[in-house]
Design a protein around this ligand. Structure first.
Ligand code: F0G
Length: 451
């Protein structure tokens, strides 16, 4: 049961299949081109799509909009310091701004950034600066059906090898939870061991902490040593193992906009502060309004409440169970922010060149007005200039990302029912062909047609 009730509601569009067919064709079959007004249940992202609490809204009204030294900044700073222990906390407008500032201060061309998995903007920020982003997911992550509890872990042997190798490593960055790797959590034992390795080699060790509370929740559930601990205690301990963090606060601060760059080392902090002021905003607001800082501070307190995290994890598991009951497999074990459907297995009649993940995501929209994102060969495969697939992605997945506190169990059951309808006759789902395939940021701008 959700540990909250609804006080403000927003109607959602209920549309016909004919309407959705027209809307999707006009969008070139790209869900990023759809107007949200044509979407019934929006599972495209859990980022910035959250519902505010009454306390957050009240805090927002108390926002101090002074240019420098606003009261709201000090509240934000105090909450971040209590949670993370980092003395230098910079607000930024969203996670990728923190990435850009940190890497600009830290990374020289030719150096490596090593991670369990870089999120795509994180990778892009490394590459734009001339660095190389190296992902070292653990072995268990490669088997989608493996129920290992911490498939977000970094491969420690591989990390040791890279750190002892000939290439210069600028940073070790652990993403919790591992969004690019099926939303899987990272164990505290793994964070500790990776931190020790990084320290031994004199390399800064950071967390990409966008979903720090969800990771902490899964640690309390899955790592025996942490069974009796609260998610906040676990999160506090995780932050203290690192030299700092970048975080998109659009996730686990349960708001619509915001990010964080927090650092222990005063010298690095000073470099980052200059970049912050030059490109984001003064150090006490970093591109955010006072009301945003207040809502972020309150959200960072609310997000570690065990009953909230329990209800959220159960809701996500419920979606995965409904899918499984309908014969649709998803990445095991289920994480918290999303369910990753195994479209490749559901649609074996579609080769990767006809984008089965994209086909399932499209069918969910046509059948039920449900918007979600493909994570398969369209997004991650290698294509030639004409849009023909050269190298398939390792898996053909669809991510159903669950916004925080937004949808009720009955909305999620509707998603399960729609999926079950599709799974009755999966062979009827058509494949897709690209009609426009830009080289950069393909998935945002491409257009397709059914085959
Ligand atoms: N790191 C992780 C792990 C993320 O999931 C994201 C964003 C970012 C960094 C970048 O943060 O969007 O605030 O600039 N993930 C969103 C998603 C977009 O849908 O998974 P941002």
């Amino acid at each position: 049961m959700e540990p909250y009730r609804i006080k403000v509601v927003e109607p959602i569009p209920i549309t016909t299949r004919a309407h959705r067919e027209r809307a999707l064709a006009a969008a070139g079959y790209n869900p990023f081109n759809l107007a949200a007004a044509d979407v019934t249940i929006d599972l495209l992202s859990d980022s910035g799509t959250n519902a505010l609490s009454a306390e957050q809204q009240a805090a927002g009204l108390r926002g101090d909009e002074s240019y420098a030294g606003a009261r709201s900044y000090y509240r934000f700073r105090d909450v971040v310091e209590e949670l993370t222990g980092y003395p230098h906390a910079f607000p930024v407008h969203q996670g990728r701004a923190a990435e850009r500032i940190l890497f600009t201060a830290l990374l020289k061309p030719g150096q490596l950034s090593v991670s369990n998995t870089h999120f795509d903007t994180t990778r892009a920020n490394v590459e734009i600066l001339g660095g190389e982003a190296v992902d070292l997911p653990c072995q268990a992550a490669k088997d989608l059906d493996d129920d290992a509890p911490f498939k977000g872990d970094i491969d420690l042997d591989a990390l040791e090898a890279v750190l002892s190798g000939s290439r210069d490593v600028a940073i070790v960055l652990i993403t919790i939870t591992n969004n690019g790797g099926g939303g899987q959590p990272v164990s505290m034992a793994n964070i500790k061991a990776a931190a020790e390795l990084a320290r031994k080699h004199g390399v800064p060790f950071f967390l990409d902490a966008a979903r720090f509370a969800e990771n902490a929740w899964l640690v309390t559930q899955r790592e025996p040593e942490y069974a009796g601990r609260t998610p906040r205690e676990v999160a506090r301990e995780a932050f203290r193992l690192a030299d700092g963090c970048v975080a998109s606060l659009k996730k686990d601060a349960i708001v619509h906009m915001g990010g964080l760059l927090a650092i222990r080392d005063p010298e690095l902090a000073q470099k980052c502060e200059l970049l912050l002021i030059a490109t984001e905003g003064f150090r006490t607001y970093g591109g955010l309004a006072g009301r945003d800082l207040e809502m972020l501070a309150q959200g960072l307190v609310e997000v570690t409440e065990p009953e909230y995290l329990r209800a959220r994890a159960e809701a996500t598991a419920h979606v995965a169970d409904l899918a499984a009951a309908a014969g649709v497999d998803s990445v095991r074990p289920t994480g918290v922010h999303a369910v990753y459907l195994n479209a490749g297995r559901l649609l074996p009649h579609l080769p990767p060149s006809l984008f089965p993940g994209f086909a399932l995501a499209t069918e969910l929209y046509l059948a039920g007005g449900i918007r979600c994102a493909e994570l398969g060969s369209l997004y991650l495969g290698e294509l030639d200039d004409a849009g023909e697939l050269l190298k398939a992605a390792p898996y053909e997945l669809v991510r159903l990302a669950i916004p925080r506190r937004v949808y009720t169990k009955s909305h999620l059951e509707y998603v399960g029912e729609t999926l079950a309808e599709i799974a009755k006759e999966p062979e009827r789902v058509p494949g897709y062909r690209l009609t426009h395939a830009p080289k950069l940021l393909r998935h945002f701008n491409c257009r397709l047609e059914p085959v």
